[in-house]
Design a protein around this ligand. Structure first.
Ligand code: NAP
Length: 311
């Protein structure tokens, strides 16, 4: 039997519809809209698309959103100077520096940037202060993608309290905050990674399985307990025909898109999982739209906090 679709696009639309009137109310009270400053370094095509979507969604919600661009050759100091400017800006409540940064900025660049962003403007929830608050279950600004997953589960009536949850992936931006958010909602949480022994067996104990790995179709039905809710966070741009043919049957919609565009975005979860899982979030149209909706909500929250407005 095919899994129930966890429709992230629809849930994101509901969240955006909740955010818009609150943005309007803030704007009326403060005499200015909540403001988001986005910094993009270089010209990575995927980042360009993500940033464009964020700017459009922010404008649609009534936020002020400004893009600061730096050339691919910019130094880390150049970037930190722009962040400092936004830290001092009166009209920007949120700051987002688009990942990934150019490799030549160094392995520690992202961490340096997250350390420098004012914690009350850190709408990505990556600043150590916000991570610490998240650990203590008192975060206002939590990482957008894992927060979006929680919204998707809760608004789709997937019971979290008491559930066995397995998160595959332990990054600072997805896996770890995801595990904490599930824990705070009383799931019993296991975090898996590339050194986990017997990964399929561990994953198959989950009532809620979150895959945040970045490997196309990695999670096969062997990883999934029948009836489990499976959340696919992964997004891999696949242009290798053999991979696409292995995952999607001839005549399928995904194959058609691949033929047209020469590449497609593929999640971590193998399509056959739909036959085993009870509920499944698709890629695209699952977690991605929620990430942007949570960014808007975090920007509103940051503006309200800075203005001393009760939330
Ligand atoms: P990341 O920093 O590369 O982390 C990947 C994690 O997966 C690591 O913890 C790694 O384990 C684990 N992993 C890799 N190969 C594995 C394997 N064979 N078995 C078990 N675990 C394995 O990636 P990320 O930033 O967390 O992102 C994960 C995925 O989510 C990516 O595809 C990314 O594009 C996507 N993403 C989507 C959104 C969205 O809005 N939809 C937002 C953010 C990220 P180790 O720690 O042991 O190396």
């Amino acid at each position: 039997m095919a899994a129930r679709l966890l429709d992230g696009a629809a849930v994101a639309q509901v969240i955006r519809a909740e955010v818009s009137p609150a943005v309007a109310a803030f704007t009326a009270r403060a005499g200015r809209p909540p403001g988001l400053g986005i910094v993009l370094v270089g010209d990575d095509p995927a980042s360009e698309i993500y940033v464009r979507n964020k700017l459009k969604s922010a404008a649609d919600a009534g936020l002020r959103a400004d893009l600061m661009r730096l050339a691919a050759g910019a130094s880390l100091d150049d970037l930190l100077a722009v962040v400092e400017q936004l830290n001092h800006s009166e009209v920007h409540d949120g700051i987002l520096v688009q990942s990934p940064l150019p490799a030549k900025m160094g392995a520690e660049a992202e961490r340096r940037v997250f350390d420098v962003i004012r914690s009350d403007k850190d709408v990505d929830g990556f600043h150590p202060v916000n991570v610490g608050l998240l650990v203590q279950n008192r975060a206002t600004l939590a990482a957008c993608t894992p927060s979006g997953v929680i919204e998707l589960l809760e608004r789709s009536q997937v019971q979290i309290a008491g559930a066995r949850a397995v998160v595959i992936g332990r990054s600072d931006i997805v896996g770890k905050p995801m595990a904490l958010l599930l824990l705070h909602r009383h799931a019993t949480v296991t975090i898996c990674h590339s050194r986990t022994r017997d990964l399929p067996q561990v994953a198959a104990e989950a009532d809620i399985l979150v895959a945040a790995i970045g490997r196309a179709g990695f999670v096969t039905p062997a990883f999934v307990k029948p009836g489990a809710a499976v959340i696919d966070v992964g997004t891999s741009q696949v242009s290798d025909r053999a991979v696409v043919e292995r995952l999607f049957p001839p005549g399928s919609k995904r194959r058609e898109v691949f033929e047209r565009r020469g590449s497609i975005v593929v999640g971590d979860v193998h399509p056959d999982v739909a036959e085993v899982a009870g509920a499944l979030s698709p890629v695209p149209g699952g977690v991605g739209p929620l990430t942007i909706a949570m960014l808007l909500r975090n920007t509103l929250a940051a503006a309200q906090l800075r203005a001393g407005v009760a939330r």
